[in-house]
Design a protein around this ligand. Structure first.
Ligand code: GRF
Length: 186
């Protein structure tokens, strides 16, 4: 069984989906293969209630302490974690993030949530999507692990894009985590 820790700052919909895929007996694509040992938050947020709902131990700590504690697992997964991370050498290649755009486009400092989709909408691009990447010391910069894309219809607003990409993220992240873990030496 692979062990992961999940780092959060927000509403916890990404965490909820990952827990579903770890623990749902019927539809969970990571069931029996991946378990979430702990959830770490850098602030009080809705994701803590989500962790509680799934019976996962949860901790609120500053980012430095989180990285010290969260690394004792096969993989550390960011799920809407908003603080800047400086990756300790022993955790290089062991932290994943999901970003709601086709990186390297629309990433970097300050590019999160609705802002991403507004920028995509204003650009006139015809496709958007989401990216799972390894976390390094630059925002949204590490090696790309997987991407999923969808077409943009002219009538879609930034809100519509956000909803559509969120759905896509829910499919991509568990799949990408499982693939990534399967390739790691156990
Ligand atoms: C995700 O949708 C992802 O795009 C980004 O942060 C969002 C987290 O939202 N990394 P939530 O807190 O899981 O609802």
């Amino acid at each position: 069984m692979f062990e992961i820790s999940v780092l959060v700052s927000g509403s916890g919909s990404t965490l909820d989906n990952l827990a579903f895929h770890c623990y749902d007996d019927v539809e969970g694509i990571m069931r029996g293969m991946v378990t979430i040992t702990s959830v770490f938050a850098d602030r009080n947020c809705g994701a803590l209630e989500v962790a509680e709902g799934w019976g996962i131990p949860k901790f609120v700590l500053d980012t430095k302490s989180i990285l010290k504690k969260a690394g004792n697992v096969d993989l550390c997964v960011l799920a809407g974690f908003l603080s800047k991370i400086y990756v300790p050498p022993e955790m290089e290649g062991k932290i994943l993030n999901i970003h709601p755009s086709l990186l390297p486009k629309y990433g970097g400092k300050g590019m999160y949530g609705r802002k991403v989709h507004q920028a995509v909408k204003e650009s006139g691009d015809s496709i958007t999507g989401c990216t799972v990447h390894v976390v390094d010391n630059e925002y949204d910069h590490g090696e790309i692990v997987d991407q999923e894309l969808i077409p943009i219809m002219p009538e879609q607003s930034a809100d519509d894009l956000e909803m559509a990409v969120k759905k896509l993220e829910q499919q991509l992240y568990p799949k990408a985590i499982l693939n990534f873990l399967s390739k790691q030496p156990k």
